[in-house]
Design a protein around this ligand. Structure first.
Ligand code: PMP
Length: 448
């Protein structure tokens, strides 16, 4: 079992070690405080384990180096933004050549058509639109679902994450009511007015939430990935599709993270039949870009529901959305990087990663579990994999999390922050995985 006193002691030791090996990052952090709010360019970066964030110098493939010259195996990969690996050669070449000929026009380019065709082939959705982020794609999908159904409510899942989408920064309280998520900053409206939060894998709760007939859309990751990896139980997706059809709600499947499953995400791999698919982050090798695709039936309804004269002020789209550079980067990524070969190589490595972690869990008889989805793996501090977000959240141990991240970082391993997720890219090596297993064993042993 984990020794709480030892955990505290070890964390202090790790902090000292961190400060000793990251003096330049510290210097830069002190300077940043003069111009950046809380010393970081984006608020979440304050939450990294350690006394201050590591400042990156450069990256290639599955590794990056910080300003102090430390090298890391990157299992975070920009929290999926760099799932394709840092600076993949084909994308770098395409992007650097293209950038010389202009980047953004508010006019289409031929690349956008290629991307639409390729995404249709991969996901089976008929029509595509592009946005600057997956958050935007989800927001626009929800708006359009309300526009065509003329219904007000959204269903989302307890402890889900779909970006900074107002309707989804919500959880279910102990009485089953939808309330703002702890930490929800300045909610524009009480999320209880826009959203019904239900537990994943609970079919009766889904039907109950749909029954009133006032639900425009259900927004779901096909496998929850932001509270650990929580798989659907057999039959859940069938019920989700059947019930959303029965009650006239649009089914939006958010593949932003589950694109780790394969070239067409979980949708293609498991033959899901959503009305809208959202995908983002890594699909343009880290150039900001996301896509959302419609079934023919819904797409035709959406097209009819957007008034021609007013389409530019209706609350969807964006000046830089579908810009020429991002379309070119997406074409290069889809055609040359995020291919069948990519997944064929890295999924077995993800399995190896999990087997390594599981062997340590078994050796020390820890009440932890591992889960995997394609090239995404996770360990979680409960004996059995969680069945839903509520169960997963109940097992969060912030201190233990912080320690695991910091101790890994000090040994040259970057895990995804805020939970214990590792992404494996095509150029992660067997040695990288073996090193993680050895480090994981060492840092666990230090707190027993
Ligand atoms: N959907 C899912 C499932 C996500 O996990 C995230 C971000 N973690 C988003 C959407 C939003 O992506 P972005 O922050 O790039 O807008």
């Amino acid at each position: 079992m984990i020794h709480k006193e030892k955990l505290k002691e070890q964390y202090e030791k790790e902090l000292q070690l961190f400060e000793k090996s990251h003096p330049k990052s510290k210097e830069l952090y002190e300077r940043a405080k003069g111009s950046l709010l809380q010393g970081v360019p984006m608020n979440w970066m304050v939450k990294w384990a350690g006394s201050y964030p590591v400042c990156v110098a450069s990256a290639k493939g599955a590794h990056f180096q910080d300003v102090d010259g430390n090298d890391y195996i990157d299992f975070c990969l920009g929290d999926t933004g760099s799932m394709v690996g840092h600076a993949p050669e084909a994308s770098v070449k395409a992007i650097t050549e293209y950038v010389k000929q202009g980047t953004t026009f508010m006019l289409p380019t031929e690349d956008a058509i290629w991307c639409g065709e390729e995404l249709s082939r991969r996901f089976g959705m008929k029509y595509w639109q592009f946005s600057t982020s997956a958050t935007d794609a989800n927001r626009f999908a929800l708006r359009l679902a309300r526009q065509v159904t003329k219904k007000p409510m959204i269903i989302a899942y307890n402890w889900c994450y779909h970006g900074t989408v107002d309707e989804t920064v919500a959880i279910m309280d102990e009485n089953g009511n939808t309330v703002a998520k702890p930490g929800n900053l300045g909610p524009q409206v009480d999320p209880g007015k826009t959203t019904r939060i239900i537990e994943w894998n609970d079919i009766p709760a889904l039907e109950e939430a749909l029954k009133k007939g006032d639900v425009a859309a259900v927004l779901a990751e096909p496998v929850m990935t932001n509270c650990g990896i929580v798989h659907p139980e057999p039959g859940y997706h069938d019920a989700l599709r059947e019930l959303t059809r029965k009650y006239g709600a649009v089914l939006i499947i958010d593949e932003t993270h589950t694109i780790c499953t394969g070239v067409g995400g979980y949708t293609k791999a498991y033959n899901l039949q959503p009305d809208i698919v959202v995908v983002g982050k890594t699909i343009a090798s880290g150039i900001p870009c996301a896509a959302y695709g419609f079934s023919q039936e819904l797409g035709d309804r959406v097209a009819e529901a957007i008034p021609y004269e007013l389409c530019d002020i209706g609350g969807i789209g964006g000046t830089l959305a579908a810009n020429a550079l991002s379309m070119h980067a997406m074409k290069a990524t889809l055609s040359e990087v995020l291919t069948e070969d990519f997944y064929a190589r890295n999924i077995p490595l993800a399995t190896k990663f999990n087997e390594g972690v599981q062997s340590v869990i078994n050796e020390f008889d820890l009440p932890w579990n591992t889960t995997q989805l394609g090239c995404r793996t996770e360990y979680w501090f409960r004996k059995e994999p969680a069945k839903n977000g509520g169960e997963a959240e109940a097992a969060v141990d912030f201190e233990l999390d912080q320690y695991m991240h910091l101790a890994s970082l000090n040994r040259g391993i970057l895990m995804t922050p805020f939970h214990n997720m590792a992404l494996i890219t095509a150029v992660t090596t067997e040695e990288d995985i073996d090193k993680h297993t050895a480090v994981f064993r060492e840092i666990v042993q230090n707190i027993l």
